[in-house]
Write a protein that binds this ligand. Structure first.
Ligand SMILES: [Zn+2]
Length: 121
């Protein structure tokens, strides 16, 4: 199970709503069972643009525990997502429209298996 801080959750939902219909992508920071912060990667494109171009712009940072990105419709990780999940961290969030609550967020491990996500203060 992963936990996420309430204000971090609100931030993710807010950014996803704001840039819709574009996709939002970022990196998660925290500790092994708690997501505390999101690093937004400016103008990033999930998939090959993000995975290849942007890695060299990310500082070596052991507090990075995974990733987050938004989908316009569903939670299902794409093949690109699954490849990317294996490359960094161990907790990955997918946010889906309408980006309103925890019910619009799914968490996955690095193998694309769904994990439980709980909100905390
Ligand atoms: Zn995706």
């Amino acid at each position: 199970m992963m936990r996420i801080k309430k204000n971090t959750l609100e931030f993710i939902l807010g950014v996803s709503r704001k840039i819709y219909p574009n996709e939002f992508a970022g990196l998660l920071r925290g500790n092994p069972d708690l997501i505390t912060e999101v690093l937004v990667i400016p103008a990033s494109t999930w998939g090959k643009g993000f995975a290849i171009t942007r890695f060299d712009m990310i500082p070596i940072d052991h507090s990075i525990i995974g990733s987050v990105h938004s989908h316009p419709n569903n939670f299902k990780p794409s093949d690109t997502d699954l490849r990317y999940f294996k490359r960094i961290g161990f907790a990955h969030l997918i946010v889906k429209f309408p980006y309103q609550s925890i019910d619009d967020i799914a968490a996955y491990d690095r193998y694309g298996e769904k994990i439980e996500l709980e909100v905390t203060n």
